[in-house]
Ligand binder design. Sequence first.
Ligand SMILES: Cc1cc2nc3c(=O)[nH]c(=O)nc-3n(C[C@H](O)[C@H](O)[C@H](O)COP(=O)(O)O)c2cc1C
Length: 347
Amino acid sequence: MRRGATKQPLQQMVRETSRPGSAQGPDLSVDLAPNNPHHLRLANPVMIASGTFGYDGYGRGITEDMDLGKLGAVVPKTVTRLSREGNPEPRWYPKSFREAWDTGDLLFLNAIGLTNPGIEAALRDVTPGWDRWNATVLLSFAADSIEQFAEMAAMADQGTGFQGIELNLSCPNVADGSLFGHSATLTAQAVAAVRANTGLPILAKLAPNVPDITVIARAAVDAGADAITICNTMPAMRIDTESRQPVLGNITGGLSGPGLRPIALNLVYQASKAVAVPIIGVGGIFTGEHAAEYILAGASAVQIGSANLVGLSAPWRILSELTDWVSRSGAATVVELSGGTQPRINV
Ligand SMILES: Cc1cc2nc3c(=O)[nH]c(=O)nc-3n(C[C@H](O)[C@H](O)[C@H](O)COP(=O)(O)O)c2cc1C
């Protein structure tokens, strides 16, 4: 807030657009691909982030009472061209995010290294089963080269069980994993290669550690991305001073959780002023208020990551808290609060 400015009540923040919500409550639906003939219409803006869906990234531990159809969308763990074992243990720091949350040590690190069955096995054995969730699902994939992005897009185009694609251009835990997201040229080439081989909605997931997120976001949009996801984890490490060993088997990993939130929020804010497509904010969202911050920064939707690993029911609680916030604001739709794709903060 500007020095000397007084805090505005929420109602004033949306003063130009607010209308009383309907008797059923506000309309939370969002379209993440308004310019794509397929569209990507979500019932609400709360999604599950890739790699954090259940304990294995593919939904292990999700129980019957967790109705995935009530969420905006689910992004299961990234698949690669060939299967991957992942990095040496330990892959998590601390060992349990739930324990970290309970003890107040809020620096969450992981170096899983994209453990996955490979896209062929995934499309054959895994993704067809996603239909039974009755939810909107996105296939996340990462590739080693522009040619491989093209090849995987063509394979995904024939797949079932998902309605869109999230391109992971930004994993810090595999050699060169974030290479694409660090270069506007490579980002554009990767997105264009995928766009050429599928009409499915494409979300480009970017890295936080770039000099200017607006340049990368613009490159992705100009190459045909329907939406931008910001952001992946931030390269990070910790060292045990007694053993003098890094806490992760991979030595370095990615920071997620509360420490990432203000960084990701700023990136969403910068990008939302630069591109006119929907932005999905991800990083450290543990409450409806955190999600609301991203909406006000210009995000059309949010993804819940580490909070799932503290408690798998987090997205449903966050959705309920976000719904309360939208209702309290007096806005009839969540889109009014995000300004469509522009920040709506008072400065
Ligand atoms: C254990 C773990 C595994 C992850 N795996 C992936 C992945 O496979 N693909 C991907 O795009 N992001 C992956 N991420 C990054 C998350 O999707 C998200 O971008 C990041 O954790 C920031 O959100 P958060 O602070 O809410 O966790 C992973 C994160 C964690 C914590």
